[in-house]
Design a protein. Structure first.
Length: 463
Protein backbone atom coordinates (compact mmCIF):
# COMPACT_ATOMS: atom_id res chain seq x y z
CA UNK A 1 0.00 0.00 0.00
CA UNK A 2 1.32 3.45 -0.91
CA UNK A 3 1.93 6.22 1.56
CA UNK A 4 -0.98 8.13 0.08
CA UNK A 5 -3.32 5.19 0.58
CA UNK A 6 -2.09 4.76 4.15
CA UNK A 7 -2.88 8.38 4.86
CA UNK A 8 -6.39 7.89 3.58
CA UNK A 9 -6.95 4.88 5.79
CA UNK A 10 -6.04 7.00 8.82
CA UNK A 11 -8.91 9.45 8.25
CA UNK A 12 -11.58 9.29 10.95
CA UNK A 13 -15.21 8.77 10.06
CA UNK A 14 -16.06 12.25 11.37
CA UNK A 15 -13.41 13.83 9.16
CA UNK A 16 -15.04 12.08 6.23
CA UNK A 17 -18.55 12.97 7.40
CA UNK A 18 -17.85 16.70 7.90
CA UNK A 19 -17.85 17.75 4.21
CA UNK A 20 -20.81 15.45 3.52
CA UNK A 21 -22.82 17.04 6.33
CA UNK A 22 -22.19 20.50 4.89
CA UNK A 23 -23.01 19.26 1.39
CA UNK A 24 -26.21 17.51 2.43
CA UNK A 25 -27.34 20.49 4.46
CA UNK A 26 -26.81 22.74 1.48
CA UNK A 27 -28.73 20.36 -0.75
CA UNK A 28 -31.58 20.26 1.74
CA UNK A 29 -31.46 24.04 2.09
CA UNK A 30 -31.85 24.42 -1.66
CA UNK A 31 -34.72 21.95 -1.51
CA UNK A 32 -36.29 24.46 0.84
CA UNK A 33 -35.84 26.97 -1.98
CA UNK A 34 -38.12 24.81 -4.14
CA UNK A 35 -40.72 24.74 -1.36
CA UNK A 36 -40.33 28.47 -0.66
CA UNK A 37 -40.72 29.32 -4.35
CA UNK A 38 -43.70 26.99 -4.58
CA UNK A 39 -45.22 28.79 -1.58
CA UNK A 40 -45.27 32.00 -3.66
CA UNK A 41 -47.59 30.16 -6.04
CA UNK A 42 -49.79 28.73 -3.28
CA UNK A 43 -50.53 25.66 -1.15
CA UNK A 44 -51.51 23.75 -4.29
CA UNK A 45 -47.93 23.98 -5.58
CA UNK A 46 -46.51 22.94 -2.19
CA UNK A 47 -48.89 19.98 -2.14
CA UNK A 48 -47.84 19.02 -5.69
CA UNK A 49 -44.19 18.91 -4.63
CA UNK A 50 -45.16 16.69 -1.69
CA UNK A 51 -47.03 14.31 -4.00
CA UNK A 52 -43.84 13.80 -6.02
CA UNK A 53 -41.93 12.59 -2.96
CA UNK A 54 -42.76 8.84 -3.37
CA UNK A 55 -41.55 8.92 -6.98
CA UNK A 56 -38.39 10.75 -5.99
CA UNK A 57 -37.86 8.04 -3.39
CA UNK A 58 -38.09 5.33 -6.04
CA UNK A 59 -35.36 7.09 -7.99
CA UNK A 60 -33.33 7.64 -4.83
CA UNK A 61 -33.85 3.97 -3.96
CA UNK A 62 -32.15 2.73 -7.10
CA UNK A 63 -29.51 5.46 -7.02
CA UNK A 64 -28.60 4.72 -3.40
CA UNK A 65 -28.67 0.99 -4.00
CA UNK A 66 -26.23 1.12 -6.90
CA UNK A 67 -24.09 3.71 -5.14
CA UNK A 68 -24.00 1.62 -1.97
CA UNK A 69 -22.94 -1.51 -3.83
CA UNK A 70 -20.31 0.29 -5.92
CA UNK A 71 -18.88 2.37 -3.05
CA UNK A 72 -18.56 -0.66 -0.79
CA UNK A 73 -16.97 -2.84 -3.48
CA UNK A 74 -14.55 -0.10 -4.57
CA UNK A 75 -13.57 0.73 -0.98
CA UNK A 76 -12.96 -2.88 -0.12
CA UNK A 77 -10.88 -3.43 -3.26
CA UNK A 78 -8.80 -0.34 -2.50
CA UNK A 79 -8.32 -1.38 1.11
CA UNK A 80 -7.10 -4.81 -0.04
CA UNK A 81 -4.99 -3.36 -2.90
CA UNK A 82 -6.94 -5.25 -5.60
CA UNK A 83 -6.78 -2.86 -8.56
CA UNK A 84 -8.28 -5.08 -11.27
CA UNK A 85 -11.55 -5.39 -9.42
CA UNK A 86 -12.02 -1.62 -9.51
CA UNK A 87 -12.32 -1.63 -13.30
CA UNK A 88 -14.74 -4.57 -13.17
CA UNK A 89 -17.08 -2.87 -10.74
CA UNK A 90 -17.22 0.33 -12.79
CA UNK A 91 -18.05 -1.56 -15.98
CA UNK A 92 -20.80 -3.54 -14.26
CA UNK A 93 -22.34 -0.34 -12.90
CA UNK A 94 -22.43 1.30 -16.34
CA UNK A 95 -24.48 -1.66 -17.58
CA UNK A 96 -26.93 -1.23 -14.70
CA UNK A 97 -27.32 2.49 -15.41
CA UNK A 98 -27.97 1.90 -19.10
CA UNK A 99 -30.79 -0.46 -18.21
CA UNK A 100 -32.45 1.56 -15.45
CA UNK A 101 -32.33 5.22 -16.56
CA UNK A 102 -34.84 4.87 -19.47
CA UNK A 103 -37.42 3.41 -17.09
CA UNK A 104 -37.78 6.77 -15.37
CA UNK A 105 -38.60 8.48 -18.65
CA UNK A 106 -41.53 6.08 -18.83
CA UNK A 107 -42.46 6.80 -15.19
CA UNK A 108 -42.43 10.56 -15.86
CA UNK A 109 -44.73 10.06 -18.83
CA UNK A 110 -47.00 7.92 -16.66
CA UNK A 111 -47.39 10.76 -14.15
CA UNK A 112 -48.29 13.18 -16.95
CA UNK A 113 -51.00 10.96 -18.43
CA UNK A 114 -52.57 9.64 -15.19
CA UNK A 115 -52.41 12.50 -12.65
CA UNK A 116 -55.90 13.74 -13.58
CA UNK A 117 -57.36 10.38 -12.55
CA UNK A 118 -55.98 10.36 -8.99
CA UNK A 119 -58.97 12.04 -7.37
CA UNK A 120 -57.00 15.18 -6.51
CA UNK A 121 -58.36 18.70 -6.56
CA UNK A 122 -58.04 20.10 -10.06
CA UNK A 123 -55.41 22.75 -9.31
CA UNK A 124 -53.28 20.29 -7.32
CA UNK A 125 -53.54 17.63 -10.07
CA UNK A 126 -52.47 20.05 -12.81
CA UNK A 127 -49.42 21.24 -10.90
CA UNK A 128 -48.46 17.72 -9.87
CA UNK A 129 -48.58 16.34 -13.42
CA UNK A 130 -46.24 19.08 -14.63
CA UNK A 131 -43.83 19.02 -11.68
CA UNK A 132 -43.74 15.22 -11.38
CA UNK A 133 -43.32 14.52 -15.09
CA UNK A 134 -40.48 17.02 -15.55
CA UNK A 135 -38.64 16.15 -12.32
CA UNK A 136 -38.80 12.36 -12.62
CA UNK A 137 -38.48 12.06 -16.38
CA UNK A 138 -35.80 14.73 -16.66
CA UNK A 139 -33.73 13.53 -13.71
CA UNK A 140 -33.48 10.00 -15.08
CA UNK A 141 -30.17 10.73 -16.77
CA UNK A 142 -28.77 13.72 -14.90
CA UNK A 143 -29.10 11.79 -11.64
CA UNK A 144 -28.00 8.24 -12.52
CA UNK A 145 -24.95 9.28 -14.51
CA UNK A 146 -23.40 10.64 -11.32
CA UNK A 147 -23.31 7.28 -9.53
CA UNK A 148 -19.88 6.15 -10.74
CA UNK A 149 -17.88 9.38 -10.16
CA UNK A 150 -19.65 9.98 -6.85
CA UNK A 151 -18.87 6.47 -5.61
CA UNK A 152 -15.29 6.73 -6.81
CA UNK A 153 -14.50 9.93 -4.87
CA UNK A 154 -16.16 8.49 -1.75
CA UNK A 155 -14.15 5.29 -2.07
CA UNK A 156 -11.04 7.48 -2.19
CA UNK A 157 -12.40 9.07 1.02
CA UNK A 158 -12.50 12.49 -0.66
CA UNK A 159 -15.83 13.60 0.73
CA UNK A 160 -14.87 17.21 0.01
CA UNK A 161 -15.30 16.45 -3.67
CA UNK A 162 -18.81 15.19 -2.95
CA UNK A 163 -19.46 18.42 -1.07
CA UNK A 164 -18.28 20.64 -3.93
CA UNK A 165 -20.25 18.64 -6.48
CA UNK A 166 -23.35 19.28 -4.39
CA UNK A 167 -22.54 22.97 -4.10
CA UNK A 168 -22.19 23.26 -7.88
CA UNK A 169 -25.57 21.62 -8.41
CA UNK A 170 -27.24 23.75 -5.76
CA UNK A 171 -25.93 27.08 -7.02
CA UNK A 172 -27.05 26.32 -10.57
CA UNK A 173 -30.41 25.16 -9.22
CA UNK A 174 -31.15 28.33 -7.25
CA UNK A 175 -30.06 30.62 -10.11
CA UNK A 176 -32.23 28.81 -12.61
CA UNK A 177 -35.10 28.65 -10.11
CA UNK A 178 -35.06 32.41 -9.78
CA UNK A 179 -34.84 33.01 -13.52
CA UNK A 180 -37.45 30.43 -14.52
CA UNK A 181 -39.97 31.44 -11.86
CA UNK A 182 -39.63 35.20 -11.55
CA UNK A 183 -38.37 36.17 -15.01
CA UNK A 184 -40.00 33.61 -17.32
CA UNK A 185 -42.96 32.90 -15.00
CA UNK A 186 -42.81 29.16 -15.69
CA UNK A 187 -44.32 28.15 -12.33
CA UNK A 188 -43.80 24.58 -11.10
CA UNK A 189 -42.40 23.64 -14.51
CA UNK A 190 -39.50 26.02 -13.93
CA UNK A 191 -38.95 24.72 -10.37
CA UNK A 192 -38.67 21.14 -11.62
CA UNK A 193 -36.55 21.99 -14.65
CA UNK A 194 -34.01 23.94 -12.59
CA UNK A 195 -33.49 20.88 -10.37
CA UNK A 196 -32.93 18.64 -13.40
CA UNK A 197 -30.43 20.99 -15.06
CA UNK A 198 -28.63 21.84 -11.82
CA UNK A 199 -27.53 18.24 -11.35
CA UNK A 200 -25.33 18.40 -14.45
CA UNK A 201 -23.04 20.88 -12.69
CA UNK A 202 -22.29 18.43 -9.90
CA UNK A 203 -21.84 15.62 -12.42
CA UNK A 204 -19.14 17.48 -14.35
CA UNK A 205 -17.20 18.32 -11.18
CA UNK A 206 -17.44 14.76 -9.80
CA UNK A 207 -16.18 13.30 -13.11
CA UNK A 208 -13.15 15.58 -13.00
CA UNK A 209 -12.24 14.72 -9.40
CA UNK A 210 -12.78 10.98 -9.89
CA UNK A 211 -10.39 10.96 -12.85
CA UNK A 212 -7.74 12.83 -10.85
CA UNK A 213 -7.96 10.35 -7.98
CA UNK A 214 -7.71 7.32 -10.23
CA UNK A 215 -4.77 8.76 -12.17
CA UNK A 216 -2.97 9.42 -8.86
CA UNK A 217 -3.78 5.97 -7.46
CA UNK A 218 -2.41 4.20 -10.53
CA UNK A 219 0.74 6.35 -10.56
CA UNK A 220 1.49 5.67 -6.88
CA UNK A 221 0.88 1.91 -6.83
CA UNK A 222 3.85 0.09 -5.32
CA UNK A 223 2.28 -3.37 -5.20
CA UNK A 224 -0.24 -4.74 -7.69
CA UNK A 225 -2.38 -7.70 -6.66
CA UNK A 226 -3.57 -9.47 -9.80
CA UNK A 227 -6.88 -11.24 -9.91
CA UNK A 228 -10.47 -10.52 -10.74
CA UNK A 229 -13.86 -10.93 -9.14
CA UNK A 230 -15.43 -13.89 -10.99
CA UNK A 231 -18.90 -12.31 -10.62
CA UNK A 232 -18.63 -8.52 -10.28
CA UNK A 233 -22.31 -7.94 -11.08
CA UNK A 234 -23.28 -10.37 -8.33
CA UNK A 235 -21.01 -8.56 -5.88
CA UNK A 236 -22.67 -5.23 -6.70
CA UNK A 237 -26.23 -6.53 -6.67
CA UNK A 238 -25.65 -8.37 -3.40
CA UNK A 239 -25.58 -4.94 -1.74
CA UNK A 240 -27.48 -2.84 -4.28
CA UNK A 241 -30.70 -4.87 -4.35
CA UNK A 242 -31.30 -5.00 -0.58
CA UNK A 243 -30.45 -1.30 -0.25
CA UNK A 244 -32.73 -0.33 -3.13
CA UNK A 245 -35.54 -2.52 -1.83
CA UNK A 246 -35.34 -0.78 1.54
CA UNK A 247 -35.76 2.61 -0.10
CA UNK A 248 -38.61 1.35 -2.28
CA UNK A 249 -40.37 0.41 0.94
CA UNK A 250 -39.79 3.96 2.21
CA UNK A 251 -41.35 5.27 -1.02
CA UNK A 252 -44.36 3.00 -0.57
CA UNK A 253 -44.85 4.38 2.93
CA UNK A 254 -44.70 7.98 1.68
CA UNK A 255 -47.19 7.13 -1.07
CA UNK A 256 -49.53 5.45 1.40
CA UNK A 257 -49.41 8.52 3.66
CA UNK A 258 -50.22 10.83 0.75
CA UNK A 259 -53.15 8.56 -0.10
CA UNK A 260 -54.44 8.70 3.47
CA UNK A 261 -54.00 12.43 3.85
CA UNK A 262 -55.64 13.15 0.48
CA UNK A 263 -58.86 11.57 1.81
CA UNK A 264 -59.16 13.94 4.80
CA UNK A 265 -61.63 16.80 4.89
CA UNK A 266 -58.90 19.47 4.77
CA UNK A 267 -56.80 17.50 2.32
CA UNK A 268 -55.02 20.39 0.61
CA UNK A 269 -53.86 21.90 3.92
CA UNK A 270 -52.90 18.49 5.31
CA UNK A 271 -50.94 17.54 2.17
CA UNK A 272 -49.12 20.87 2.20
CA UNK A 273 -48.36 20.51 5.93
CA UNK A 274 -47.03 16.98 5.44
CA UNK A 275 -44.85 18.25 2.57
CA UNK A 276 -43.43 20.98 4.86
CA UNK A 277 -42.88 18.47 7.68
CA UNK A 278 -41.09 16.13 5.28
CA UNK A 279 -38.79 18.87 3.98
CA UNK A 280 -37.88 20.05 7.48
CA UNK A 281 -37.31 16.51 8.77
CA UNK A 282 -35.10 15.66 5.78
CA UNK A 283 -33.10 18.86 6.31
CA UNK A 284 -32.25 17.90 9.89
CA UNK A 285 -31.94 14.19 9.11
CA UNK A 286 -29.38 14.87 6.38
CA UNK A 287 -26.35 15.10 8.73
CA UNK A 288 -27.25 11.67 10.10
CA UNK A 289 -27.60 10.33 6.56
CA UNK A 290 -24.23 11.91 5.74
CA UNK A 291 -22.60 10.20 8.72
CA UNK A 292 -24.05 6.89 7.56
CA UNK A 293 -22.79 7.44 4.01
CA UNK A 294 -19.31 8.32 5.27
CA UNK A 295 -19.40 5.28 7.53
CA UNK A 296 -19.86 2.90 4.59
CA UNK A 297 -16.55 3.49 2.73
CA UNK A 298 -14.76 3.99 6.06
CA UNK A 299 -15.89 0.57 7.33
CA UNK A 300 -15.57 -1.19 3.97
CA UNK A 301 -11.95 -0.02 3.67
CA UNK A 302 -11.17 -1.32 7.16
CA UNK A 303 -13.00 -4.53 6.37
CA UNK A 304 -10.73 -5.05 3.36
CA UNK A 305 -7.67 -4.20 5.49
CA UNK A 306 -8.93 -6.49 8.32
CA UNK A 307 -8.67 -3.63 10.85
CA UNK A 308 -11.10 -4.70 13.61
CA UNK A 309 -10.16 -1.94 16.05
CA UNK A 310 -10.51 0.81 13.43
CA UNK A 311 -13.87 -0.65 12.41
CA UNK A 312 -15.27 -0.45 15.94
CA UNK A 313 -13.84 3.02 16.57
CA UNK A 314 -15.66 4.30 13.49
CA UNK A 315 -18.97 2.86 14.71
CA UNK A 316 -18.49 4.42 18.16
CA UNK A 317 -17.60 7.87 16.82
CA UNK A 318 -20.53 7.92 14.39
CA UNK A 319 -23.01 6.89 17.09
CA UNK A 320 -21.86 9.46 19.66
CA UNK A 321 -21.81 12.27 17.09
CA UNK A 322 -25.33 11.43 15.91
CA UNK A 323 -26.94 11.52 19.32
CA UNK A 324 -25.06 14.66 20.38
CA UNK A 325 -26.23 16.42 17.22
CA UNK A 326 -29.91 15.63 17.78
CA UNK A 327 -30.09 16.22 21.53
CA UNK A 328 -27.89 19.31 21.80
CA UNK A 329 -28.69 21.05 18.50
CA UNK A 330 -31.84 19.89 16.70
CA UNK A 331 -34.18 19.61 19.69
CA UNK A 332 -33.72 23.12 21.18
CA UNK A 333 -33.49 24.80 17.78
CA UNK A 334 -36.72 23.46 16.33
CA UNK A 335 -38.70 24.03 19.51
CA UNK A 336 -38.19 27.76 19.08
CA UNK A 337 -38.13 27.93 15.26
CA UNK A 338 -41.30 25.88 14.64
CA UNK A 339 -43.74 28.84 14.64
CA UNK A 340 -41.61 30.87 12.23
CA UNK A 341 -40.93 27.98 9.84
CA UNK A 342 -44.57 26.92 9.70
CA UNK A 343 -45.79 30.43 8.89
CA UNK A 344 -42.99 31.03 6.35
CA UNK A 345 -43.89 28.03 4.18
CA UNK A 346 -47.68 27.94 4.61
CA UNK A 347 -50.33 30.03 2.89
CA UNK A 348 -53.36 29.12 5.03
CA UNK A 349 -53.57 29.42 8.82
CA UNK A 350 -54.67 25.78 9.11
CA UNK A 351 -51.65 24.63 7.09
CA UNK A 352 -49.38 26.60 9.42
CA UNK A 353 -51.03 25.06 12.48
CA UNK A 354 -50.57 21.52 11.17
CA UNK A 355 -46.99 22.29 10.14
CA UNK A 356 -45.98 23.68 13.53
CA UNK A 357 -47.08 20.49 15.26
CA UNK A 358 -45.10 18.36 12.79
CA UNK A 359 -41.94 20.46 12.92
CA UNK A 360 -41.73 20.10 16.70
CA UNK A 361 -41.78 16.33 16.22
CA UNK A 362 -38.75 16.37 13.92
CA UNK A 363 -36.12 15.84 16.68
CA UNK A 364 -37.95 12.69 17.78
CA UNK A 365 -38.15 11.57 14.16
CA UNK A 366 -34.36 12.01 13.80
CA UNK A 367 -33.65 9.99 16.95
CA UNK A 368 -36.09 7.27 15.92
CA UNK A 369 -34.54 6.88 12.46
CA UNK A 370 -30.88 7.20 13.42
CA UNK A 371 -30.48 3.59 14.55
CA UNK A 372 -31.79 2.19 11.27
CA UNK A 373 -29.57 4.46 9.14
CA UNK A 374 -26.34 3.76 11.02
CA UNK A 375 -26.89 0.03 11.47
CA UNK A 376 -27.58 -0.45 7.79
CA UNK A 377 -24.23 1.19 6.93
CA UNK A 378 -22.45 -1.00 9.47
CA UNK A 379 -23.72 -4.20 7.87
CA UNK A 380 -23.11 -2.91 4.34
CA UNK A 381 -19.54 -2.07 5.39
CA UNK A 382 -19.22 -5.76 6.24
CA UNK A 383 -20.53 -6.64 2.73
CA UNK A 384 -23.92 -7.72 4.11
CA UNK A 385 -26.99 -6.20 2.47
CA UNK A 386 -29.69 -8.55 3.75
CA UNK A 387 -29.86 -7.29 7.37
CA UNK A 388 -30.82 -3.80 6.17
CA UNK A 389 -33.51 -5.26 3.95
CA UNK A 390 -34.89 -7.45 6.73
CA UNK A 391 -35.01 -4.47 9.09
CA UNK A 392 -36.85 -2.46 6.43
CA UNK A 393 -39.34 -5.28 5.84
CA UNK A 394 -39.97 -5.47 9.59
CA UNK A 395 -40.72 -1.76 9.72
CA UNK A 396 -42.65 -1.12 6.51
CA UNK A 397 -44.49 -4.40 6.05
CA UNK A 398 -45.17 -5.47 9.64
CA UNK A 399 -45.22 -2.28 11.73
CA UNK A 400 -46.30 0.64 9.53
CA UNK A 401 -49.98 -0.11 8.93
CA UNK A 402 -50.77 -1.03 12.58
CA UNK A 403 -48.72 1.93 13.81
CA UNK A 404 -50.56 4.41 11.58
CA UNK A 405 -53.93 2.93 12.45
CA UNK A 406 -53.21 3.15 16.18
CA UNK A 407 -51.94 6.72 15.87
CA UNK A 408 -55.03 7.84 13.93
CA UNK A 409 -57.35 6.13 16.41
CA UNK A 410 -55.72 7.87 19.37
CA UNK A 411 -55.81 11.24 17.58
CA UNK A 412 -59.51 10.86 16.86
CA UNK A 413 -60.27 9.89 20.45
CA UNK A 414 -58.42 13.01 21.62
CA UNK A 415 -60.26 15.21 19.14
CA UNK A 416 -57.07 16.00 17.23
CA UNK A 417 -56.53 16.01 13.42
CA UNK A 418 -55.82 12.65 11.85
CA UNK A 419 -52.54 14.05 10.47
CA UNK A 420 -51.21 14.33 14.03
CA UNK A 421 -51.90 10.64 14.56
CA UNK A 422 -50.15 9.77 11.30
CA UNK A 423 -46.99 11.64 12.31
CA UNK A 424 -46.85 10.26 15.84
CA UNK A 425 -47.54 6.74 14.57
CA UNK A 426 -44.70 7.03 12.05
CA UNK A 427 -42.20 8.07 14.71
CA UNK A 428 -43.26 5.22 17.00
CA UNK A 429 -42.86 2.67 14.20
CA UNK A 430 -39.45 4.09 13.27
CA UNK A 431 -38.28 3.95 16.89
CA UNK A 432 -39.33 0.35 17.48
CA UNK A 433 -37.70 -0.90 14.27
CA UNK A 434 -34.47 0.99 15.05
CA UNK A 435 -34.23 -0.48 18.55
CA UNK A 436 -34.57 -4.02 17.18
CA UNK A 437 -31.94 -3.33 14.48
CA UNK A 438 -29.54 -1.81 17.03
CA UNK A 439 -29.78 -4.87 19.27
CA UNK A 440 -28.99 -7.12 16.30
CA UNK A 441 -26.01 -4.94 15.31
CA UNK A 442 -24.53 -4.78 18.81
CA UNK A 443 -24.58 -8.58 19.03
CA UNK A 444 -22.59 -8.75 15.78
CA UNK A 445 -20.04 -6.16 16.88
CA UNK A 446 -19.35 -7.78 20.25
CA UNK A 447 -17.91 -10.87 18.55
CA UNK A 448 -16.42 -9.17 15.47
CA UNK A 449 -12.87 -10.21 14.51
CA UNK A 450 -12.03 -9.26 10.93
CA UNK A 451 -8.75 -11.18 10.96
CA UNK A 452 -10.75 -14.42 11.03
CA UNK A 453 -12.93 -13.53 8.04
CA UNK A 454 -11.97 -15.02 4.70
CA UNK A 455 -12.62 -13.27 1.40
CA UNK A 456 -15.70 -14.97 -0.06
CA UNK A 457 -15.03 -13.44 -3.48
CA UNK A 458 -12.59 -15.83 -5.10
CA UNK A 459 -9.69 -14.28 -6.95
CA UNK A 460 -9.16 -15.39 -10.53
CA UNK A 461 -5.42 -15.06 -11.32
CA UNK A 462 -4.21 -13.66 -14.61
CA UNK A 463 -3.63 -16.35 -17.22
Amino acid sequence: MSSNETKKVQKTVLQMAGPLILSFWMRAAFTFVDTAYAATIGDSAVAAIGLAVPFEFIMIALWVGMSTGLTSCLSRAMGAGESEKIEQYQTATWKLIAGIAPLFLILGAGIWYTADDWGLKEDVAQMFKVYGAVLIGGSAFSSFWSIIPDSMVKAHQDTKATMWAGICSNIINVILNTVFLFVFDWGVFGIALSTVLGRFGGLVYALKRAKEHEDRRKAELTEVKTGKDPAPMKSLLGLALPSSAAFVLIASEAGFINYLVASYENSKEALAAYSIYYRVSMFFLNPIIAIGIALLPYLATRYGAKDTEGFKVGVRDATLATFAYVIVFVGPLLYFLAPWLSSAFAEEALTAEYSQFGIRLVPLSCLAGAGFLLCRSIFEGMQQGKPGLLAALFRYIILTAPGLWLGIEIAQEQGEPELYGVLVGLIAVSGVSSVVFVIWTVKQLLTLDLTQIKDEKAVVPEG
